[in-house]
Design a protein around this ligand. Structure first.
Ligand code: MF3
Ligand code: CO
Ligand code: CO
Length: 301
C-alpha cells in the first residue's frame, strides 16, 4: 500500500484489500496488509474508476487527436480570425476523424470548443469576435473517440504579446509543469494543488477556485476532483491507473470571477488577464504519462 494511503483508512471503512468487509473486521490487525485491490477499493471508497491498459489506449488515441487539433488551431491563430473560425476547424477535424466534440450540447453548451479570450477564465463560447493583435486566447478541446474522452487546452498569443500577456501565460504554463513534477504514485491530490498554488502566488498571480481538474474516461467529468490549490499530503493518494486532468486557471489579478449572462463565460471580477494550460494525465507505476502530450517550454519566458 502506498505511503500516504494508510492514514486515510478508517476502522469502519471498506477494507483496501477488496474483500468488501470493514477494515476493522479484515486487514486492520494484520502486521502486513494483504495485497491491495486498488481497482475495487478506489471505486468503493472514492467512486474513482482506475483504467486498464485497453482503456488507456483509447484515451491516448483521443488525446493524439486533441493535440493534433490544438496544433492546427495554433497555426491559424492571427488577428482577424474569429472564434467561430476556430469552432469550425475543431468541429471539422472531429467529423473527418470519427470523433465527437464533447462540449457540444454538454449541459446546454452551444458550441464544439471553448475559446476564452483575455479576461475570460474559461468556457468562452465561440462567436463573431475577431481576434486582435495583443490578445491571448485559450482554446480547450475535448474529443470523444471510440467512447473515450481526452481533454486539453493551450493559451496562445495573437500577434505580439504585451508584457502582462507574457507574464500570465508563462505563469500558467509553469504551474502545469510544477504539477507534473509531483504526479507519481504515493503523492496526493493536495500535493498537486500545493505545487500549483505555491508557484502561482510566488509570481504574484492567483489561482481560480471555482473550476478544478477532473477524472475522465468514458465520461467527461468523473471523480476525482483536482483543485489547483491545497496542502501537501492532503487528499486522495495517487495510484497507477488514475486518469485525470490538471488545468490550472491562473489570474494576473485577483481570483474572483463572475459568470456572464450566457450562463457559461467565466470572467475575472477585476477584468485582468487569465490564462490556462490543460493536459490529461495517467498515473503510472513510476510517475505519469501525459495522454495529451505537448511541449510547454515555448510558453515559458
Ligand atoms: N473542457 C472543459 C474542461 O476542461 C470543460 C468544458 S465544458 C463546456 O473541463 F461545456 F464548456 F464545454
Ligand atoms: Co478538463
Ligand atoms: Co478542457
Amino acid at each position: 500500500m502506498l505511503k500516504n494511503e494508510w492514514k486515510n483508512v478508517g476502522r469502519n471503512e471498506i477494507c483496501p484489500c477488496g474483500s468488501g468487509r470493514k477494515y476493522k473486521k479484515c486487514c486492520l490487525k494484520r502486521q502486513t496488509p494483504a495485497a491491495v485491490d486498488y481497482k475495487r477499493y478506489y471505486k468503493q471508497k472514492y467512486d474513482i474508476r482506475l483504467k486498464d491498459p485497453g482503456e488507456v489506449e483509447k484515451i491516448r488515441s483521443a488525446g493524439r487527436l486533441v493535440v493534433s487539433a490544438l496544433n492546427d488551431v495554433e497555426s491559424m491563430i492571427a488577428p482577424g480570425v474569429t472564434t467561430n473560425d476556430i469552432n469550425r476547424l475543431v468541429h471539422g477535424i472531429a467529423e473527418k476523424s470519427g470523433a465527437l466534440c464533447a462540449p457540444l450540447n454538454y449541459r446546454g453548451f452551444p458550441k464544439s470548443v471553448c475559446t476564452s479570450v483575455n479576461e475570460v477564465i474559461c468556457h468562452g463560447i465561440p462567436g463573431e469576435y475577431a481576434l486582435i493583435d495583443g490578445d491571448i486566447i485559450n482554446v480547450d478541446i475535448t474529443y470523444i473517440l471510440d467512447g473515450y474522452y481526452a481533454d486539453a487546452s493551450k493559451s496562445f498569443f495573437v500577434g505580439s504579446p504585451s508584457p502582462e500577456a507574457r507574464r500570465i501565460v508563462s505563469a500558467s504554463a509553469s504551474c502545469l509543469l510544477a504539477a507534473m513534477d509531483v504526479l507519481a504514485p504515493g503523492n496526493t491530490i493536495g500535493d498537486i494543488g500545493f505545487a500549483i498554488q505555491s508557484l502561482a502566488e510566488s509570481r504574484g498571480c492567483s489561482v481560480v477556485r471555482e473550476f478544478v481538474g477532473h477524472g475522465l474516461g468514458r465520461t467527461f467529468h468523473e471523480p476525482p476532483q483536482v483543485p489547483h490549490f491545497g496542502n501537501k499530503g492532503e487528499g486522495i493518494t495517487l495510484v497507477p491507473g488514475m486518469v485525470f486532468t490538471v488545468e490550472p486557471m491562473i489570474n494576473l489579478g485577483g481570483a474572483d470571477l463572475f459568470i456572464a449572462e450566457d450562463g457559461w463565460t467565466a470572467i475575472t471580477r477585476d477584468r485582468k488577464l487569465s490564462a490556462q494550460f490543460e493536459q490529461t494525465f495517467l498515473i503510472t507505476d513510476d510517475g505519469y504519462e501525459s495522454l495529451t502530450p505537448y511541449d510547454l517550454s515555448p510558453f515559458i519566458g
